[in-house]
Write a protein that binds this ligand. Structure first.
Ligand SMILES: [Zn+2]
Ligand SMILES: [Zn+2]
Length: 420
């Protein structure tokens, strides 16, 4: 039987990888501009990092993690997100001894056992920015501005920034009581998951995707009415900072995000292009995460953006046309001797920084021209036996169809001039 990729994962094929790299390139340039330095974290970690960091009662930890025992009997988990790992790396390598904040950029695949559906995979890709070591509200603003700049730089429109503050554990306690009171007589209207969440982690009801639960949530008390003085101040300063930069935002008091580690600021950037409103990226502040995973108190703020959804939106908006560029030169050769010459020339061109390829199937001229076309070559070099006997090469411009004869010894300088 033919072996296919496992359910929920897929290959990102040539043609698509260019789009991936385009988005990643934009993110990488922004990382440099905002002074976030690249970090590469392991694919798997101790399971405890995520269960303690993200929270036992979250969907991610309770039912979506790829957890396995290795040959040494350790429980390991494929990373379902990047923040916990980056905080772990910060602590492990004593970044607190360097000037604060320390800022990180990361790009790579994540793994969650979710029901596969359009645009949602069990291996999915994220761009991630994290700033650790400062509680300054302006750092929250910087991170939101960076997320906005990422979408802007990619050319995505019809976006909205939603922000909220979910306070600290002190604020959350009072709010949880109020929320439970509000939901007490509506329990039978909630979905099964939310009935369980009511007992284990009532805040998670706020991000249930089911329509029936959402309509109940809409009348719930707002967490922003329960913020302590410090958290309230912090939120005010975040909003002031956003105003200072003229960043448009709307307040969404039910935005809590699906992870337990968030404190104070949470935000998402929503696209209205994907039919239902859909978050292209999201994040927030997590001042207790480092402590929760066994380290010292290290405040932090960051966000993650999903590659699949961003590429989907870019495609819908027709913003990816230029990513599938062809090669500079395709060399067509007819005959044994011409093929050898073509092969040698190919090597020289490539070492000159010219992208080039040739035919390896010994097809006839017409078939080779067809391949050149498919490879979107800008120019085709034709070396036939007749040409070779007089030391000439034909160069055809594939756009204009214009053809020139150039002596073999002048090909390189001709192409150098053209490439400039
Ligand atoms: Zn508070
Ligand atoms: Zn629900």
């Amino acid at each position: 039987m033919e072996i296919t990729a496992p359910r929920g994962v897929r290959d990102i094929l040539p043609g698509e990888t260019e789009k991936w790299r385009f988005v990643e390139g934009v993110a990488y340039n922004l990382a440099k501009r905002y002074n976030y330095r690249e970090i590469i974290i392991p694919i798997f970690e101790h399971t405890e990092l995520f269960s303690r960091g993200i929270g036992e009662a979250t969907d991610i930890v309770s039912k979506e993690m790829y957890t396995f025992e290795d040959r040494g009997g350790r429980s390991l988990t494929l990373r379902p997100e990047a923040t916990a790992s980056i905080v772990r790396a910060y602590l492990e390598h004593h970044f607190e001894q360097k000037p604060q904040p320390q800022k990180f950029y990361f790009f790579g695949p994540m793994f969650r056992y979710e029901r596969p559906q359009a645009g949602r995979y069990r291996q999915f890709w994220q761009i991630d920015f994290e700033a650790l070591g400062s509680p300054d509200p302006l750092l929250d603003v910087e991170v939101i501005a960076l997320a906005w700049d990422l979408m802007f730089s990619l050319g995505i429109k019809n976006l909205e920034i939603q922000i909220n503050s979910i306070g600290c554990p002190k604020c959350k306690e009072g709010y949880k009581i109020a929320l439970k009171e509000y939901l007490a007589d509506k329990l039978n209207l909630l979905c099964e998951d939310c009935q369980r969440r009511y007992e284990t982690n009532v805040l998670r009801i706020l991000d249930c995707k089911r329509e029936s639960c959402r309509s109940i949530v809409e009348g719930a008390p707002k967490i922003t009415d329960y913020l302590c003085a410090d958290c309230k101040n912090h939120f005010e300063e975040v909003k002031e900072g956003l105003d200072l930069l003229s960043l448009p935002y709307i307040l969404n008091p039910y935005l809590v995000r699906g992870l337990d580690y968030y404190t104070r600021t949470t935000f998402e950037i929503i696209s209205y292009k994907l039919g239902a409103q859909n978050a292209l990226c999201g994040g927030g502040r997590y001042d207790l995460l480092a402590f929760e995973i066994g380290g010292s108190m290290v405040p932090g703020v960051g966000f993650a953006a999903g590659l699949e959804r961003i590429v989907m939106v870019l495609e819908e908006e027709g913003l990816l046309q230029d990513t599938e560029k062809g090669i500079d030169i395709f060399i067509v050769s007819i005959g044994e001797e011409a093929k050898k010459q073509a092969f040698k020339l190919l090597h020289i061109l490539r070492r000159e920084g010219i992208s080039a390829d040739m035919d390896y199937t010994n097809k006839n001229l017409k078939a080779q021209m067809k391949i050149a076309n498919q490879k979107k070559a800008a120019k085709v070099l034709i070396i036939g036996e007749d040409e070779l006997s007089v030391g000439m090469v034909k160069i055809r411009d594939m756009d204009s169809g214009k053809q020139e004869e150039v002596s073999l010894s002048d090909v390189l300088s001709y192409l150098r001039r053209w490439k400039k």
